[in-house]
Write a protein that binds this ligand. Sequence first.
Ligand code: FAD
Length: 289
Amino acid sequence: MTKNKTPSLSFEIFPPKTQIGNQKMLQILNDLQQLSPDFISVTCSNTKGSFESTTIKLADYIQNQLNIPTVTHLPAAYLTKIEVATILDHLNQLNIKNILALRGDILPEEPAKDDFKYASDLIDFIQAKQPDFKISGACYPEIHPDSANRITDIQNLKQKVDAGCNELITQLFFDNELFYDFQEKCQLANINVPILAGIMPIINRNQALRLIKTSEAKLPRKFLAILEKYEHDPIALRDAGIAYAIDQIVDLVTQDSAGIHLYTMNHAETANQIVAATASLFHKQKMIS
Ligand code: FAD
């Protein structure tokens, strides 16, 4: 396993859906910039045209106005090779050379296109078209839901890394032991790229309820107790949710994780509080007032 002396700290944001959201996003990004992230990644929905209409515009602002490296998420199951080639050219023109190459979810009501059956097909394609791009891939400490079992999931992940993935970012998880177990299995399978741990602070009731209803992630007793006890106390729930994320991060960094990727849910203040509590672990100066 590759070990960084200094773990990376990065943030994920998603493109807002409204004009007001877009205006707020500029402030969010300016706030996140103060926290000196190693990169900011921008998600992309797998609906047609989404990348060009939202993701790439935000990524351009982050990379070229804020001068923060950006990683663009690119789910390709519903795209053709011609469409992806156009996207890659556009990214190259904007000097954005980092992609999180994704298959994306397959919608039950809409069959996927044939060009990119798996993320590894997209990685092969990017490598051929833009060999100097840095490619990240997604991984799942608790197994991808489409996989029959852990063994095939890890074998497929190995294939993805061998296709040319420079780094992996995990799905969110709340139990660090599952992550350590996954890391060990990757090591045994000779998957040696850095694995960034995806951490999502839970800061409000809606988020908590959605998580309980839909999440594939195991919710430890300690975590469920927080959600239950502070369900009707928004401030306590927020404080406890942030403290839980900080506790996970301290443990992960102490145990030499390659990096932390914070699912910010576009809440700069939450990221701010977490960085304020952990900045020295990432050898970052505290710039928080
Ligand atoms: P793949 O790596 O292709 O894997 C999908 C499934 O196929 C797995 O079960 C895998 O084991 C299996 N598989 C892979 N290769 C093979 C093979 N050669 N033969 C047989 N089986 C194979 N979704 C979005 O729509 N937008 C986003 O912005 C987004 N960002 C994400 C960020 C992160 C960090 C993560 C972890 C997920 C993100 N997702 C996003 C969700 C992701 O698109 C879904 O989980 C999707 O279902 C799988 O995408 P993948 O790239 O991991 O697929």
